[in-house]
Design a protein around this ligand. Structure first.
Ligand SMILES: *Cc1c(COP(=O)(O)O)cnc(C)c1O
Length: 439
């Protein structure tokens, strides 16, 4: 059976008086504004090119028609199929963003007040937003110093009878030690749901599997800053929970059911979704056909994109071997293949004669952008405002504090040319040498 992404939204098709799925459709003028937005420029040459395109678009408008649907239709299905093929999954779901994917996983686990969710110290706020929004308790796991990913050893200490979920994050697209994380978690309690925050890791491989497809759920981000984007926002969520797979499209749209028996005198039904421990209410994380076109095309380019990032990362790592105060990014091998979303640059403060804050300033002065992703979660106001003992949380994550304050930053790997990559390598080496000379 051909898969359907659709919500119900009308589109009654050929009738004497149809009820179209789209209200006010766009017109050629709207589309020209989109083209001008997507392809910006100025000057006489640009203006002339735009005029020429406009003429063609208005001509096309006279002989074409608008699509029947703009949301959840054939392109959404095609994008999901492309992701399934790429990830070797079934039933991947294209949602508004990675956070919406997390939400489905959290709801499946019926995360409620009183439950504990373990997340790593170094991650984006999105990882823990849902559980804290429903009053569940966040427990913060320390990170491993070499990867700044969730440390399975510390995870052992943070698991408790109240732990309902564990959420490893593949920071910078570098795979977590999933084997250990799964083992430690499931041996403690096989009912704990593991959600992979794979926002940075679309296409990463770990021991022959795609990252994001190893835990019970995995969610990827296609926000504009990530490796590939569905025109600004988007996410894919996939699951190994077999009974949830066919229900995922309904988790994206209020649990509405257009296939089963409708209520009398109406054309669909709505169900609470079956969570692990009880029903939950699905919200709306529908995506558009235009986003789907972007995703489908970019997924097809992802291997090339990763290869280019990898080349730059390998170059930096090779150059950084020249100074043993620099701890270069591990570029992986057969078992671990990162996406190189970010380049993890670390230094040994004792050998460098100063910490990464000094290095960061020097790099900035040399015009090299560097951004450590991310500050430890307990340092943001939000957990304190919610009544957490953030000092105790911080004390329980010594490595996260040490690496963030003293050891790491991230460098860009994409959208920069060879000369810029070389300049970046030179600048880092120079800056560390200056530090070593006490300059
Ligand atoms: C970007 C990001 C997210 C959120 O992704 P969205 O698609 O914006 O919801 C989650 N986790 C990490 C680590 C991220 O960097």
């Amino acid at each position: 059976m051909k898969k359907k992404a659709s919500d119900f939204r009308y589109n009654t098709g050929e009738t004497r008086v149809p009820w179209p799925a789209v209200g006010e459709n766009y017109n050629a003028h709207d589309l020209m504004e989109v083209i001008k937005f997507m392809m910006q420029g100025q000057g006489a040459e640009y203006d002339a090119a735009i005029d020429e395109v406009a003429e063609k678009v208005y001509a096309l408008d006279k002989v074409s028609r608008a699509p029947g649907k703009l949301s959840l239709d054939v392109n959404v299905v095609a994008a999901e199929e492309a992701c399934d093929e790429y990830l070797n999954t079934q039933g991947s779901l294209f949602v508004t963003n990675a956070t919406a994917g997390f939400e489905i996983a959290y709801k499946y686990a019926n995360i409620d007040p009183g439950d504990e969710v373990i997340v790593p110290a170094i991650t984006f706020i999105a990882t823990m937003a849902y559980p804290i929004s429903v009053g569940a308790k966040i427990v913060i796991c320390d990170v491993a110093p070499n990867t700044i990913n969730m440390d399975p050893e510390d995870l052992k200490k943070k698991l408790s009878p109240k732990t309902k979920m564990v959420v490893p994050v593949h920071i910078g697209g570098y795979p977590c030690n999933m084997e250990e994380i799964m083992k430690v978690t499931k041996e403690y309690n096989k009912d704990i749901v593991v959600l992979e925050d794979a926002a940075h890791a679309f296409g990463a491989m770990y021991k022959g599997k795609r990252i994001g497809t190893i835990g019970d759920f995995g969610s990827f981000s296609f926000h504009e800053v990530k490796n590939v984007t569905s025109f600004g926002e988007g996410g894919i969520v996939c699951t190994n929970v077999e009974e949830m797979r066919p229900l995922m499209p309904r988790c994206r749209f209020f649990g509405s059911d257009f296939g089963a028996k409708p209520i009398d005198n109406w054309f669909y039904n709505v169900d609470a979704m079956p969570g692990k421990y009880g029903p939950f209410v699905a919200l709306n994380s529908s995506t558009t056909e235009i986003q789907a076109i972007g995703l489908k095309l970019q997924v097809a380019r992802n291997e090339q994109i990763i290869a280019e990032r990898r080349k730059n990362a390998a170059y930096l790592t090779e150059r950084f071997k020249a100074n043993d105060a620099i701890i270069p990014q591990d570029i992986g091998g057969d078992d671990v293949q990162p996406t190189f979303h970010l380049y993890l640059l670390q230094i040994d403060p004792a050998k460098a004669g100063g910490d990464v804050q000094v290095l960061r300033k020097k790099l900035e002065a040399k015009g090299v952008t560097n951004l450590p992703h991310f500050g430890p979660l307990y340092r943001f106001n939000i957990l304190k405002q919610l009544g957490y003992d953030v000092d105790a949380m911080s004390a329980a994550c010594p490595v996260a504090n040490e690496v963030f304050d003293h050891r790491f930053t991230h460098l860009p790997l994409y959208g920069i040319d060879e000369e810029q990559v070389q300049y970046m390598a030179d600048a880092v080496l120079e800056a560390v040498e200056e530090m070593q000379k006490g300059l």
